[in-house]
Design a protein around this ligand. Sequence first.
Ligand code: FE2
Ligand code: FE2
Length: 227
Amino acid sequence: MTEISKRHFLYLSAVSPFIFQLSAFAAQDDGNKSAVTYPRTIAVLQEAFSTEMIAYKNYIGYTSKALSEKYPNIAYLFYSFSYSEIVHADNYKQILAALGLAVKPFQIETEVRDTKSNTQKAAQNELKKIQATYPDFMRELETESCEEAIVSCMYSWKSHKQHEEKIKEIRKYSGIFFSSLRSRIEGLNLDFHVCKVCGSTIDKVPDLPCVICNKPKSNYQRIERPV
Ligand SMILES: [Fe+2]
Ligand SMILES: [Fe+2]
């Protein structure tokens, strides 16, 4: 975590129990007023929404490919990540709606290759979000102090760290021995759950409040295996 984002996260942990008070925006009487008050925040929210939707589409494509290549556990991993990404996208969409704005339409182009390549690409994309995309978003958001947007970005940033750590486990086998995944990974009994509030992704039944947003464990949605 960068120093800037760490400071923000600790601050928000102290002053806010991570409850989205979107009603705070209800005082905004129209989108134009919001655009004047939060122009840079709105730009970040739009870009973050696009980023998350692209990630969602990619993971859906990677899921289908992994299934067709007989990697059911990797497909399950990608499918669970896709649910997390749609939680992130929906959070940004909701904040924009509270500001009186709709998400901008955009073209989503995905590139799906074989599962080995998709796994490498997924790791690269998650690392980019952790190291560059979200730190950049946070720096922009700091200029206008829109707490809901900052908290939501922090949720996404921490979820992507979880994703990257899971993919890293798989990438240990992403060299010439990738085919050995079937015995090493595919034998595992995974049970993914994603927090509907923040997108936190864990591979066992939750027994504590969410590790990211601290909301009750009842907010975790069990992810069914894709078929
Ligand atoms: Fe995400
Ligand atoms: Fe959560």
